[in-house]
Design a protein around this ligand. Structure first.
Ligand code: ZN
Length: 302
């Protein structure tokens, strides 16, 4: 996959400087400024919070006092803003990739949706956060994984999760595995624009016994839509079979995006599934090979 970084903030809400412990940053509150720590310091504090499951931001503002399992000298040195650490570089690279991929996804759907479905495309917003942040569907936490919230039409992405994804599922370099995840979430946005999400939610309310089967069909369709975008972007990014394998590995391995759990709070892990690995791969491939939204009829039997 070949790409050039795109760090523009068009349709992107960067809350990484304000996340990290239930900060209630709603739209517009996230801002793009950096606190007194500097971005390096914030990233490190965020990372520490992630690793030690402690809110180091609160510790800083509150003057500290509780034991966090790190000795004083270590925490002091790690609190200093240190530019160009490995984490900084990885996150800077991720940010550039996310920007270029997210903009390509929205650009291409702006063409695909009117052309194939006679439906205008409305831009979604991508929220980048660390730790925790508020969403129209409840609080987003790093443990939640990436998800799309239909209430506010925003995709929530925690960069800590993103980095882990690359490490675990990036057969070649992981770039397209990450791209697939973003495209899957925007696929849920497309489902909202096409009215699929509303229909499925209503059908699930009418017919609770079908609830799980319907969510599986929704997830597989989002995989297929990710493939449709992949088809439209393969020349721009010079996608190779190894890139597609990355996406398939991620599709097979990434767990649910907790959309339902966040929306209803009553989906239990044993009943919620995205479909089998084979199904996910098959539907991504179907979208990728055809480039057709109509090929993604996961509700009509396979
Ligand atoms: Zn999903």
């Amino acid at each position: 996959m070949e790409w050039t970084p795109d760090n523009s903030n068009q349709d992107i809400e960067d809350r990484r400087d304000s996340s990290g412990g239930g900060y209630g940053g709603g739209p517009g509150l996230g801002g793009f400024g950096f606190g007194h720590l500097g971005i390096g310091g914030i990233l490190i504090v965020g990372l520490l919070s992630l690793v030690f499951h402690q809110n180091f931001f609160a510790l800083l503002s509150g003057g500290g006092g509780s034991s966090v399992g790190v000795d004083q000298s270590q925490s002091q040195s790690q609190m200093q803003p240190v530019p160009n650490t490995q984490q900084d570089q990885a996150e800077t690279r991720d940010r550039g990739l996310i920007g270029t991929v997210f903009h390509s996804i929205q650009d291409n759907w702006s063409t695909i949706l009117p052309a194939q479905m006679n439906t205008p495309y409305r831009h979604a917003t991508l929220v980048l956060f660390r730790g925790a942040t508020n969403s129209g569907c409840g609080e987003a936490q790093d443990a939640t994984g990436p998800f799309y919230c239909p209430e506010d039409e925003k995709v929530y992405l925690d960069l800590g999760f993103f980095d882990e994804l690359k490490t675990r599922f990036g057969g070649s370099n992981g770039d397209f595995a990450q791209s697939y995840v973003v495209a899957h979430e925007v696929g849920h946005h497309v489902q909202k624009l096409l009215g699929t999400e509303a229909k499925v939610t209503a059908a699930q309310d009418r017919n609770p016994s079908q609830k799980n089967a319907l969510s599986v069909a929704m997830e597989l369709q989002a995989d297929c839509y990710a493939g449709v975008w992949g088809n439209s972007a393969k020349d721009k990014f010079k996608l190779t079979p190894a890139d597609i394998q990355d996406a398939l590995s991620a599709a097979a391995a990434v767990g649910d995006d907790h959309l339902q759990k966040m929306a209803t709070g009553r989906v239990s892990p044993e009943t919620f599934t995205h479909g089998t690995s084979a199904q996910r791969e098959a539907w991504f491939t179907k979208g990728y090979s055809t480039g057709q939204v109509s090929a993604c009829n996961t509700f009509g039997g396979q």
